[in-house]
Design a protein around this ligand. Structure first.
Ligand code: NDP
Ligand code: 2IT
Length: 444
């Protein structure tokens, strides 16, 4: 049996109760098969793949917090420190009721390769909790964040592990988390990114994942002789990534006609009104029914449905496995020519396969959504030199990094005989850097 198949089999056996993690590992190991086959003896001897698929450590802890009525609740908190071969663990915190160890292991594993692709010195990690911020007051969110950090602070540090935001964790939560870290340690460390601009945050970090997605997509489209100008785009989600992906897509001349949240979705034939969307989601923290109330021409539908809309390009920006084989078939039937992942692993494996087989340009999240973490690393750099860079400077660095990622995955795909397959290209390019660093540092 080949080394890849052996390790895959063992991962499935050991992690049977964590389907998302198995999915993420399967995608990566299948993509790097050609590189592993060519180096089988060296990698086997070092048990490189076995070490790559096992997190350095997983910390789990109890998070008790008190609601506004005085009732005490207990949530589960986690930090998965996956791999620090190329830099301190780096990756977001997710607060969502679906969070369990398997979700954070998949996200931490993806983060290892994503962070390598940025070219910056950051390892991979992820954390979070099954806490649901929906419907909670600011005071409740604050008490939860304080309780979460009261445990987490022991395990992080600016040269150790630097968390940031993800689903359910934005500027408000990072502020409360940072305040508690500072209160406990008395030290003004660059221990979180995505901070507010008045206390060490970087300009453009809020926009970075969405903007970066579009910079990457635009560059890949150029490589394929295509453009965003005048095209129809379908975006899912209505959070941080979706909002700034929509903003940049509009700036680049595309018309974005959809948005979605955890209860329903919008089709706006006139193009999404970003000011309304930001007001509903960033200010009021309301449902998309509120968008419809302000835009009578738009349609609101309950449940899922964004991928049934006719579009030239699709940008899944909500959550994992939100674009299924059935959705991929609708997209292809409607003439969609490109799918660019803004979320982490939003496309199922069979849907990805179908899109690639049908000639749809496809970029995996670990490449096309790397702009967020890349700008987090730029925030760490600014904190280290105790300076802040202008929006133009950060934006131009972000653009350069995303264009670099587009070329890196395109070149790697071509080099290994899979021209145009950016899944293969991204996974190989990310893996090569991490593998070399791990081998150089000996067995650990
Ligand atoms: P937000 O919490 O800001 O927004 C998430 C959006 O997706 C919300 O509109 C939410 O709906 C919707 N959503 C979340 N979970 C589900 C679900 N299970 N079913 C349907 N809709 C859902 O998160 P982000 O925008 O930060 O993250 C979105 C994706 O991008 C995630 O996959 C994340 O891992 C990834 N990502 C984020 C980065 C970042 O810098 N923030 C960087 C790279 C990737 P509702 O409005 O109802 O809550
Ligand atoms: O998935 C991701 O890359 C993020 N949520 C951002 C992580 C970060 O450290 O900025």
């Amino acid at each position: 049996m080949s080394y890849v198949d052996e390790v895959l089999e063992s991962v499935k056996k050991k992690n049977g109760h964590e389907p998302e993690f198995i999915q993420a590992v399967t995608e990566v190991l299948e993509s790097i098969r050609v590189v592993v086959d060519a180096n089988e003896e060296k990698y086997r001897k070092a048990a490189l793949l076995e070490r790559l698929v096992e997190p350095d450590r997983i910390i789990t802890f109890r998070v008790p917090w008190t609601d506004d009525q005085g009732n005490v609740h207990v949530q589960r908190g986690y930090r998965v420190q996956f791999n620090n071969a190329i830099g301190p663990y780096k990756g977001g915190l997710r607060f969502h009721p679906s969070v369990y160890q398997g979700i954070l292991k998949f996200l931490g594993f993806e983060q290892v390769f994503k962070n390598a692709l940025t070219t910056l010195p950051i390892g991979g990690g992820k954390g979070g909790s099954d806490f649901d911020p929906h419907g909670k007051s600011d005071a409740e969110v604050m008490r939860f964040c304080q309780a979460f950090m009261t445990e987490l602070y022991k395990y992080i540090g600016e040269n150790v592990d630097v968390p940031a935001g993800d689903i359910g964790v934005g500027g408000r939560e990072v502020g409360y988390l940072y305040g508690q870290y500072k209160r406990i340690t008395g030290s003004y460390d660059s221990v979180l990114t995505g901070k507010g601009l008045t206390f060490g945050g970087s300009l453009i970090r809020t926009q970075a994942t969405g903007y970066g997605l579009l910079y990457c997509a635009d560059e890949i489209l150029k490589l394929n002789g295509k453009t965003l100008e005048g095209k129809i785009a379908a975006v899912s989600g209505a959070g941080n990534v979706a909002i700034y992906a929509t903003e940049k897509a509009q700036q680049l001349g595309a018309k974005v006609v959809t948005a979605s949240d955890s209860t329903g979705w919008i089709y706006d034939p006139d193009g999404i009104d970003l000011a309304v969307l930001k007001d509903v989601k960033e200010v009021k923290r309301a449902r998309l029914t509120e968008y419809k109330a302000q835009r009578p021409n738009a349609e609101y539908h309950e449940g899922k449905g964004v991928w049934s809309v006719k579009c030239d390009y699709a940008f899944p920006c909500a959550t994992q496995n939100e674009l299924t084989l059935e959705d991929a078939k609708m997209l292809v039937a409607n003439g969609c020519q490109g799918v660019f992942e803004g979320a982490n692993m939003p496309t199922t494996l069979d849907a990805t396969k179908y899109l690639l087989e049908n000639g749809v340009i496809f970029t995996p999240g670990k490449a096309s959504n790397a702009g967020g973490v890349a700008t987090s690393a730029l925030e760490m750099s600014q904190n280290a030199e105790r300076l802040s860079w202008s929006a133009e400077e950060v934006d131009s660095k972000l653009k350069g990094i995303m264009e670099g990622i587009a070329h890196a995955m395109s070149d790697a795909a071509e080099k290994y005989g899979a021209k145009g397959n950016y899944v293969v290209g991204a996974n190989i390019a990310g893996f090569e850097k991490v593998a070399e660093a791990m081998l150089a540092q000996g067995v650990y």
